[in-house]
Design a binder for this molecule. Structure first.
Ligand code: S3P
Length: 434
């Protein structure tokens, strides 16, 4: 079992380019496959999650070359060009791959099965199955509403008007992708904004998407026109270093070409509210997405009550934010974040357990956590196979008094291949044992 060992009290300095954005990489493969013509992607995340999407589309007859140094070339087959795979499609740990592909597969003429690893096959799928069924899809899951998903092809889909019960970009994107195959309009209303990469990328493939406040609509039966996609560095991966350099002493990092889509920058807002010294430099548009270089310097952080409206905009960054809270002066309170309980692990419980092991007062609640900043001891924590928990605790070492051991870290490769090497290159004394 892969374990990280991290020595305490390091300083982080230098220049860093973290890997490509996971959400955008998944969508680039899917839309590129369904487009007409050739799509060239650069900056693609060669992590296991996105490779699961790539392999699934290959298994359905799409000609994809690469990835090679982040470059992928896809010869799109058009919306009606996918072919039946011979085996169940294995999505590994990737919730985005499973939920978004389910939307596409609901509109095909052939049957498919989607399955994943133990963690993914425990995650809730009724949130997509129910609205897809209202559109006319036929999908069977386990009695507890989890994968494997058996998707019956040959159904006629009809657009729906759907008020989403939770702010989820995966649910929204799944239904928009199914909407490409539906008769009429598919309209979704979000209770709060979630990441909008699907809408932006559809528009960049010349597919009309209409937004009116919280409501987003598209009509089925159009075409996607292939093009070029530049994937920015993933702010969710950069977040570990934003926290690390903030809580470490004498530190300064420059993170290059990070995506700063406003639906993803909640972590910057939260850290700034805590007193972080973060500056965005050289802001520009690249392929429909805003990017910037981000400078972060050590700062004395203080605890805050995290504004609930920032929760969906920082949904993947809470493991890192909790480490910032543990290293901050005073109390931090998070509410309105019950979605964290159904991520790759129960991120509220697993983070609370790990923080307590390191001597920090942390109390989980049904929809969040209360943390009092303090002195972190060394010790051994369990990431429960959750990539973001493993990387968050690696940063906790920067304020720990002794060596930190983190168990079950292999899944860091799902979103951040090369994490250990890159963290090491800017000063973290981290090593990986198998
Ligand atoms: C994602 C949406 C979020 C996020 C996940 C990626 C996406 O999930 O946690 O890592 O790419 O659409 P939810 O839609 O479940 O909030």
């Amino acid at each position: 079992m892969t374990r990280f060992t991290v020595e305490p009290g390091c300083t982080l300095r230098g220049l860093l380019r973290v890997p490509g954005d996971k959400s955008i990489s998944h969508r680039a493969i899917m839309l590129g496959a369904l487009a007409e013509g050739r799509t060239e992607i650069s900056g693609f995340l060669e992590g296991e999650d996105c490779l699961a999407t790539l392999n699934a589309l290959r298994a359905m007859g799409v000609d994809i070359s690469g990835p090679e140094h982040g470059r992928v070339r896809i010869d799109g087959v058009g919306l009606q060009g996918l072919r039946a795979p011979v085996e169940p499609l294995y999505m590994g740990n990737a919730g985005t791959a499973m939920r978004l592909l389910a939307g596409i597969l609901a509109g095909q003429s052939f049957d498919t099965v989607l399955t994943g690893d133990a963690s993914l096959n425990r995650r809730p799928m009724r949130r997509i199955i129910e609205p897809l069924a209202r559109m006319g899809a036929r999908i069977e899951a386990t009695p507890s509403g989890t994968a494997p998903l058996y998707i019956q092809g040959g159904q006629i889909l009809t657009g729906i008007d759907y008020a989403m019960p939770m702010a989820s970009a995966q649910v929204k994107s799944c239904l928009l992708l199914a909407g490409l195959y539906a008769h009429g309009r598919t309209c979704l209303v979000e209770p709060a904004s979630s990441r909008d990469h699907t809408e932006r990328m559809l528009a960049s493939f010349d597919y009309a998407v209409h937004r009116d406040g919280p409501r987003v609509c598209l009509s089925g039966g159009g075409r996607l026109r292939a093009g070029e996609i530049q994937v920015p560095a993933d702010i969710s991966s950069a977040a570990f270093f934003l926290v690390g350099a903030s809580i470490a002493r004498n530190s300064e990092l420059l993170l290059e070409q990070v995506g700063i889509n406003p639906t993803r920058t909640g972590v910057i807002s939260i850290l700034r509210l805590m007193g972080a010294d973060i500056t965005l430099l050289n802001e520009r548009l690249a392929g429909g997405e805003l990017v910037a270089d981000i400078r972060v310097r050590s700062a004395a952080l203080h605890g805050i009550r995290i504004p609930e409206e920032l929760v969906p905009l920082a949904i993947d960054e809470f493991p890192a934010v909790f480490i910032a809270a543990a290293g901050a002066e005073g109390e931090t309170l998070l509410t309105g974040a019950e979605e964290l309980r159904v991520k790759e692990s129960d991120r509220i419980q697993v983070m609370a357990d790990g923080l307590q092991t390191l001597g920090i007062e942390a109390r989980p609640t049904h929809d969040g956590i209360w943390i009092r900043g303090g002195t972190l001891s060394g010790g051994e924590v369990d990431s429960h196979g959750d990539h973001r928990i493993a990387m968050a605790f690696a940063m906790a070492s920067l304020r720990a008094s002794d060596t930190l051991y983190i168990r079950d870290c292999a899944n860091v490769n799902t979103s951040f291949p090369g994490f250990v090497e890159r963290a090491h290159s800017v000063g973290l004394a981290i090593r990986q044992d198998l």
